[in-house]
Design a protein around this ligand. Structure first.
Ligand SMILES: Cc1cc2nc3c(=O)[nH]c(=O)nc-3n(C[C@H](O)[C@H](O)[C@H](O)COP(=O)(O)OP(=O)(O)OC[C@H]3O[C@@H](n4cnc5c(N)ncnc54)[C@H](O)[C@@H]3O)c2cc1C
Length: 385
């Protein structure tokens, strides 16, 4: 009922409702879409890797850390790995595809001497390719929440009673159906906070559950306080961070500096989201569900109050990208070309979130799979460009 009231409240405020935000109309409120197959979340391993496991040309080596690229002149010809304390050199038949993600792909490049010479020389690594863009341009979608107390006993609170949720987990596991096979709430919106923008810069996510929840059973454990959360997500952050290795040891964690909220416009957009959340909660459709605003708290109205709330509670939506971005030949900070090939070397491609030059106005998992689909066409020589 809360989700329906949320959509109705959005309409009352004059917002549009979109049937499919991945189709022609992104802007507006709509039901959340997920990668689900027969009631279960379908990962890239489920969708692509498991069906290919019996192929004779595929070997998955778990517990194996790629530590460095192997060069023959300016060509990358393989990788060095560490497995159970043993170093192994693996040679590639035709090329090496690096897909270690937005943090570890730049780490492996830097460990292999592909990076900014000024940084690499400080930690005793000889520069093979001057590539100042490696590890730079780290971007992510950061978010702030408002938390609202709920008047009626929500279906979520009711179903979280220990005996009920145990039954629901079994049902979800065995049949892929029922309460535990879905996320509570499941309504989202993509909106423009300023008229002049050409595409949405704010995402709203309704979670029909409070920030703290757990199975309970009286008299052993009391239920949690009921409530719901409206999350405002900055789709298009202007802040830029960096990933840098701290030493030449491949097992040493790299430094990750996000620099979240380092520009005023990021605060402005998130404040607009918090204000809109308030307006939604005050609509006749939603107000009947609400006891009070718990976070940021109805007394927190000034820009400074809201900025303070954002600073203290902002979290990432886990959509980092951009640390080996694609770009034109003349762009000295572009790491890969339009064929995902690392500039300045032969035999090396990158296929992961690090190649995305900029945040997209939505979640990034689907687009990364599309990059991988396109890459497979490029590798097989089937891509048109
Ligand atoms: C908690 C969480 C929730 C998320 N929820 C969503 C969501 O709801 N929707 C959405 O669109 N996106 C979501 N994302 C983001 C999405 O999962 C990522 O954007 C996506 O998985 C990135 O894909 P990738 O191929 O670039 O890297 P990854 O999926 O990170 O793959 C990199 C792989 O390389 C391996 N690796 C790294 N270094 C080495 C090394 N040195 N040697 C060997 N292997 C190595 C890693 O173990 C990993 O398996 C979420 C992310 C997180 C963390």
């Amino acid at each position: 009922p809360l989700s329906d009231a949320f959509l109705a409240g959005a309409k009352t405020l004059g917002h549009s409702v979109t049937e499919d935000y991945n189709a022609v109309q992104q802007e507006g409120f709509g039901r959340l879409q997920m990668t689900i197959d027969r009631g279960r979340r379908c990962s890239s391993a489920d969708a692509y890797l498991r069906p290919a496991r019996t192929r004779s040309n595929l070997e998955v080596m778990v517990g194996t850390l790629v530590t460095e690229l192997i060069f023959d002149g300016s060509k990358v010809v393989g990788v060095e790995t560490l497995r159970r304390g043993q170093t192994e050199r693996i040679h590639a038949g035709s090329e090496v595809i690096l897909s270690a993600g937005v943090i570890n792909t730049p780490q492996i490049l830097q460990l292999s001497g592909i990076g900014e010479s000024q940084h690499l020389s400080k930690i005793g690594i000889k520069t093979k390719v001057e590539a100042p863009g490696v590890g730079k341009n780290l971007q992510d979608q950061v978010s702030a929440v408002s938390l609202h107390g709920r008047k009626d006993k929500s279906p979520f609170l009711s179903m979280m009673r220990a005996d009920r949720i145990a039954r629901e987990f079994c049902k979800a596991y065995l049949l892929g159906t029922g309460f535990a096979a879905d996320v509570p709430g499941g309504v989202t919106a993509f909106l423009r906070t300023r008229e002049q923008l050409s595409s949405p810069d704010l995402q709203i996510l309704l979670t029909a559950a409070p920030l703290v929840a757990f199975p309970y059973m009286k008299p052993f454990r009391k239920p949690f306080s009921d409530g719901f959360v409206i999350r405002s997500v900055l789709l298009d952050s202007a802040s830029r961070g960096v990933v840098q290795i701290r030493s030449s040891d491949p097992t040493d964690k790299p430094l990750i500096r996000y620099n979240f909220l380092s520009v005023d416009t990021d605060f402005e957009t998130l404040r607009a989201g918090l204000k809109l959340s308030r307006e939604l909660v005050e609509t006749p459709e939603l107000s009947s569900f609400v006891t009070q605003e718990i976070l940021p708290g109805s007394a927190k109205t000034s820009d400074e109050d809201l900025n303070d709330h954002i600073r203290r509670t902002a979290i990432t939506l886990h959509h980092p990208l951009g640390t080996c971005r694609m770009g034109l030949e003349k762009d000295s900070h572009a790491v890969v070309d339009q064929h995902l090939r690392v500039k300045g070397v032969d035999g090396l491609r990158i296929v992961d979130a690090s190649v995305m030059p900029d945040l997209i106005r939505g979640n990034i998992n689907g687009p990364i799979m599309m990059i991988a689909e396109k890459a497979s066409d490029m590798i097989l020589g089937k891509a048109s460009t």
